[in-house]
Design a protein around this ligand. Structure first.
Ligand code: SF4
Ligand code: SF4
Length: 133
């Protein structure tokens, strides 16, 4: 057992030390710079190659054609018709994802964006299925 004088000295010292914990959720939590959080999706960059789907170890990502496709570009006289760029949606199952970032590191178009968002808990499981358009 510690001597009361030592306990008192330690207590006084701790009054002037920075706290080891933070006030989360009342204060914004600081995460490490390499913290892996939720993956975001930029539909304008996706080409639908499915590489992210193939590398995902948790089968947490789905890429499918969007219900609404952009209109075909107007034809230019004397030139072959320009190819129509298809639009894709991403369905991310956050309850399956293991946040390995493998999909984002593999994407050749940088359409999957790595974020540090970690506040993903939800009482409704359906909310963990994010549909990015
Ligand atoms: S971060 Fe990993 S587990 Fe999550 S969707 Fe991407 S590849 Fe799959
Ligand atoms: S998000 Fe990237 S890897 Fe996945 S289908 Fe689109 S372009 Fe391909």
């Amino acid at each position: 057992m510690k001597h009361p004088a030592r306990i008192f000295k330690e207590a006084i010292m701790h009054l002037f030390k920075k706290p080891a914990t933070c006030g989360y959720p009342f204060e914004k939590a600081k995460v490490m710079p390499n913290f892996r959080g939720r993956i975001d999706f930029d539909s304008s960059k996706c080409i639908g190659c499915q590489m992210c789907v193939r590398v995902c170890p948790a089968k947490a990502i789905e890429i499918k054609l969007s219900a609404e496709q952009p209109p075909a570009p107007a034809p230019v006289e004397g030139q072959p018709a320009a190819p129509v760029k298809k639009k894709f949606d991403c369905i991310m199952k956050l309850d399956r994802c293991v946040y390995c970032w493998q999909c984002a590191e593999t994407c050749p178009k940088k359409a999957l964006i790595m974020t540090q968002d970690f506040e993903l808990a939800h009482v409704d499981r359906k909310e963990l299925r994010r549909h990015y358009k």
